[in-house]
Design a protein around this ligand. Structure first.
Ligand code: SAM
Length: 204
């Protein structure tokens, strides 16, 4: 029996704004790995509107894969591969013969996972990106030179109260982890509700 697709209200709200930027940023075709796909709403929305891209959704949470599968089925999406279990902390993400990806997309994971996942995300992305490929991250960040919105400050407090290992990450510290993996921040886009969409490019 097929599972029901889960719906996150936040993903419903932000998927179109993210898509509009992806349509500008990405070439017409390619392959994309999604990290922390969650419900699968993002990958389903993007895959339908970027039909020449092939998407590989993943998540560390096994039950999430059922919802992702349900969204793929609902959208009858031929350009989305079956979701895979992938924890960024694992030293091996994918089989060794997996072809490199033109883009890796990760939304809303860094603040809801322990800090070491940031380094793991950057190192894994560097391993699996094709030359010239880009890691795209989306979510809330704190920034040294930008005053933090009351919303993000409250969100950070709520996250830390739920789990002291969680919290809104500081962009400059994320960039440091990225640099350690050979990725540099090449684009910063302000998004609705005090979120940022960031593009990280392999330095080589
Ligand atoms: C807030 S949800 C975001 C889901 C989706 N990307 C979105 O923006 O709607 C966070 C997701 O991160 C996943 N996650 C947490 N820790 C992870 C890890 N170590 N590796 C991969 N995914 C992880 C969770 O399972 C969850 O699906």
């Amino acid at each position: 029996m097929r599972s029901e697709p889960a719906f996150s209200p936040a993903a419903e709200r932000n998927k179109q704004a993210i898509l509009e930027l992806l349509l500008q940023l990405l070439p017409a075709s390619g392959t994309a790995l999604e990290i922390a796909s969650g419900s699968g709403q993002h990958v389903a929305w993007f895959a339908q509107r970027l039909p020449q891209w092939t998407w590989q959704p993943t998540d560390a949470d096994a039950p999430a894969l059922n919802s992702i599968e349900a969204h793929i089925a609902l959208g009858q999406l031929a350009n989305v591969r079956a979701p895979l279990l992938l924890d960024v902390m694992s030293p091996v993400w994918l089989p060794a013969d997996t072809a490199p990806f033109d883009a890796i997309y990760c939304a809303n994971m860094l603040h809801i996972a322990p800090w070491p996942t940031c380094s793991a995300l950057m190192l894994g992305a560097a391993r699996h990106l094709a030359p010239g490929g880009r890691l795209i991250t989306y979510g809330p960040y704190l920034e040294d030179e930008v005053s933090t919105s009351p919303g993000n400050l409250g969100f950070d407090r709520d996250l830390r109260a739920q789990n002291p290992a969680w919290g809104v990450r500081r962009l400059e510290e994320v960039a440091q982890e990225a640099a350690g993996a050979g990725l540099r921040l090449t684009q910063r886009h302000a998004m609705p509700a005090n979120n940022l969409l960031l593009v990280w490019t392999r330095s080589d």
